[in-house]
Design a protein around this ligand. Structure first.
Ligand SMILES: Nc1nc2c(ncn2[C@@H]2O[C@H](COP(=O)(O)OP(=O)(O)OP(=O)(O)O)[C@@H](O)[C@H]2O)c(=O)[nH]1
Ligand SMILES: [Mg+2]
Length: 122
């Protein structure tokens, strides 16, 4: 299988401070910090995973949740196979925005994407 066939782009989206970067750090480095810096530039982290005996590489894009970066974030919506929409279970507004803004935006730009809701803050 070629490199391109095994690469899958996944994007983390949602309001600022809901824990997108924290989820990515936990998943890829198994670390957590109380003192994270708000993301200003989209960056990706790669992780190799095995699904049903097949090796594949996930390219996971962490995005900026702050409102002023919204137009830039949308430019990263293309070509992703999955979008993880994150909200903070202690903050109702972040759930409403997940449902009424982020979900609608991602299907507008990329109707075929797989969507996952991830509630954070346990
Ligand atoms: N208690 C608790 N705190 C969390 C959890 N996840 C993240 N945090 C904290 O919440 C704050 C924001 O987390 P980030 O991961 O930076 O949030 P973000 O969604 O990446 O924010 P932006 O980059 O601004 O879009 C940090 O101080 C984290 O330590 C969680 O599950 N529980
Ligand atoms: Mg972040």
């Amino acid at each position: 299988m070629s490199f391109h066939q095994t690469m899958h782009k996944v994007i983390l989206i949602g309001e600022s401070s809901v824990g997108k970067s924290s989820i990515l750090n936990r998943y890829t480095k198994d670390t957590f910090s109380d003192l994270t810096v708000s993301t200003i530039t989209e960056v990706f982290t790669e992780k190799n995973v095995e699904v049903k005996g097949n090796q594949m590489k996930l390219q996971i894009w962490d995005t900026a949740g702050e409102e002023r970066y919204r137009s830039i974030v949308k430019s990263y919506f293309n070509n992703c196979v999955a979008a993880i929409i994150v909200y903070d279970i202690t903050n109702r507004d972040t759930f409403d925005k997940a449902k009424n803004f982020w979900y609608k935006e991602i299907i507008k730009f990329n109707p075929n994407v797989s969507k996952y809701n991830k509630n954070n803050y346990f």
